[in-house]
Design a protein around this ligand. Structure first.
Ligand SMILES: O=C(O)CCC(=O)C(=O)O
Ligand SMILES: [Fe+2]
Length: 202
């Protein structure tokens, strides 16, 4: 791919078919990324994620937070959450994500994985209140972690390492045809913060 074309369309598509995932690599300097990691650890209203699964109330070790343009309510795993208003750091990060990906977002789900022992199981982000085939812009700060995609029918997998200060975008039919997961690992002892910018339709 020539440079002119790459500048217009972003980095190459990691998925071989039925979806689009671009990994931009780090989009912040080391100093900026270190600063954002600390700011997010200190200023986000982190709380344990709750789920009701087969009638049992479960709390995850991973912490989450949800922010948005409005106090959107958002239901998954039988639990309703309300978005908090943007913080200055989140607004700055949203702007960078929008400029780089050429998309807009109205909400952000954040995850805090304290160590490599915390991860996220196979899933796709296709809840009813998310814009259909909408882009999801994902920023990572802190420990490098492996991120995997698996095609729902062929089971083909694709793997990428999400670096400190990096940006990834999932769009088009990715959530329809592909699952993704963040596998746990004993090799990582430091925290990682992930932000997924999304579009909620009300
Ligand atoms: O931590 C990540 O990189 C992915 C998180 C994720 O898939 C999600 O929040 O839906
Ligand atoms: Fe996801």
């Amino acid at each position: 791919m020539d440079l002119f074309h790459e500048a217009a369309s972003g980095p190459p598509n990691l998925l071989p078919y039925e979806g689009t995932v671009h990994y931009y690599g780090p989009v912040f300097t080391q100093t900026e990324a270190d600063h954002y990691l600390q700011t997010l650890l200190d200023s986000i209203a982190w709380r344990q994620d709750e789920a009701v699964i087969m009638g049992k109330h479960i709390f995850t070790k991973r912490k989450v937070a949800w922010y948005g343009d409005q106090a959107f309510s958002y239901t998954y795993s039988n639990t309703t959450r309300h978005a908090l208003p943007w913080t200055p750091a989140l607004l700055a990060l949203k702007r960078v994500t929008e400029e780089r990906t050429g998309e807009t977002y109205n909400s952000c789900l954040l995850n805090l994985y304290h160590t490599g022992e915390e991860g996220m199981a196979w899933h796709s982000d296709a809840e009813r209140d998310l814009k259909r085939n909408g882009a999801i812009g994902s920023l990572s700060f802190g420990a490098e972690r492996k991120f995997l995609f698996k095609h729902k029918k062929s089971a083909q997998t694709v793997s990428v390492v999400l670096q400190h200060g990096s940006l990834l975008v999932m769009k088009d039919t990715t959530q329809t045809y592909w699952l993704h997961r963040l596998p746990p690992t004993k090799l990582v002892t430091r925290p990682r913060v992930n932000l997924t910018f999304r579009t909620i339709v009300t």
